[in-house]
Design a binder for this molecule. Sequence first.
Ligand SMILES: Cc1cc2nc3c(=O)[nH]c(=O)nc-3n(C[C@H](O)[C@H](O)[C@H](O)COP(=O)(O)OP(=O)(O)OC[C@H]3O[C@@H](n4cnc5c(N)ncnc54)[C@H](O)[C@@H]3O)c2cc1C
Length: 470
Amino acid sequence: MTTRTLDTDYLIVGCGAAGMAFADALIAASDAEVVMVDRRHAPGGHWHDAYPFVRLHQPSAYYGVNSLPLGSEAIDRHGPNKGFYERAGASEICAYFDRVMQQVLLPSGKVRYFPMCEYMGGHRFVSRLSGDEFQVRVRKRQVDAAYLEPSVPATFAPPFEVEPGARVVPVNDLVRMASRADGYVIVGAGKTAVDACLWLLETGVAPEAITWIKPREAWLLNRHFAQCGELVGSLFEGLSLQLEAAAQATSLDDLFARLEATRQIFRVDEEVAPSMYTSATMSTGELEQLRRIRNVVRLGRVRRIERDRIVLEGGTLPTNTRHLHVHCAAKGLKAAPALPIFTAERITLQPIRSGLIPFNSAIVAFVEATRDDLVEKNRLCPPNPLPDVPLDWVKGTFIGMQADYLWSKQPDLRDWLERARLNPSRGIMARAGDPQVQAAATRFQANVRPGLAQLGRFAAEQPRANRSTA
Ligand SMILES: Cc1cc2nc3c(=O)[nH]c(=O)nc-3n(C[C@H](O)[C@H](O)[C@H](O)COP(=O)(O)OP(=O)(O)OC[C@H]3O[C@@H](n4cnc5c(N)ncnc54)[C@H](O)[C@@H]3O)c2cc1C
């Protein structure tokens, strides 16, 4: 075992999407030297633990890093994502981040990468294999790119007890089942559970064979309005409809009714009031598929799965050992309080525009590379906590749109936004002649001030609800 000292400008802890997008944008905008550390064997973060049938819920076209496209930027021509930009799966994302490291970051000569190393705090990290220690002298800042590290079922024990003999698997193991089950019981209400249900249906399992234990109903974003590139007009149309809904809303319930009426948001069951929102997107094709599942259990969270019954907060449900229970109840997105993104010693990567982890990390890097004043950097980059409950749509949209307004007043940021492939709204101005864009621009202008004012009022009035597992 040895101890080495390294000198660098930035020490980035975490080589998931956040750390990678930050490093890529930082070295593109400066001559900074960077040391990157991760306890994993390869870049890509939680995608290495993802279930095999996971996909991005947004287009690949604005995921990853700025300097390298992910996928072929094609529009899907079949399946439930038909008509929308393609979405990468986990193996493609992991291979992509490896390529970014090997073909962009390391060849730049500005980046040194230390996989399989545990960061211990105090600018010190230790190799998990050799035990070698590294002490880093940081000239500028440490970058915390793991503050919002999500938890996924492969690494998060079920939040319920399992009686020996009951058949319970994490969602990752669903693809490894050697023999059919009499029924599949999906436990969870979030995107993972949605993906598990859709995958079972897609592979031919009858909807009657699926039981969906759903402690909460979620609002889902309509993927039609999350498109970019040649479909960016629909994204702008969506923003203008959201602002119009906000401007006209008389209450929070009225706002969500208007958002639903204009197809900005969906819920699978229109009879149930959603108490969950995590900014996941869905297509109408997927929504129709999910509505085929009729065995939906709303008895709260699962407490215990036994051989012959499931004990929930609000009652019990018969089951048996021929049924496979699928754990999709990890916390997913991390509940972490908002921190100032910039301090004298540290950058803590967090969203600014709601969701969009890579985009936000890249714009923070650009601001870091181009501005010195801490107050100004934090003014341009207000943290926007990851969402959990419907009110977070209001807060997240309000914070994100205010930041967009600030950026639009800074010529260099405007130019950067127009060049950044991670920016979904890139290219709207170039389509100013498109009738869809023109109609959206008129609606946007008419509603941006009253809409934002109303969102601000709703956000200030309502307390934030507690967060819990899916
Ligand atoms: C199923 C799923 C689908 C998603 N789909 C999308 C999507 O379509 N679009 C989108 O924008 N977001 C999506 N997300 C959100 C997702 O969280 C982000 O896109 C992004 O991948 C998160 O990256 P991250 O870098 O913040 O975290 P991570 O990927 O978890 O990376 C953090 C890294 O830090 C490392 N680390 C932590 N602590 C230490 C330490 N002490 N020492 C060394 N290393 C450490 C970890 O090993 C890890 O590699 C999805 C999330 C999930 C779970």
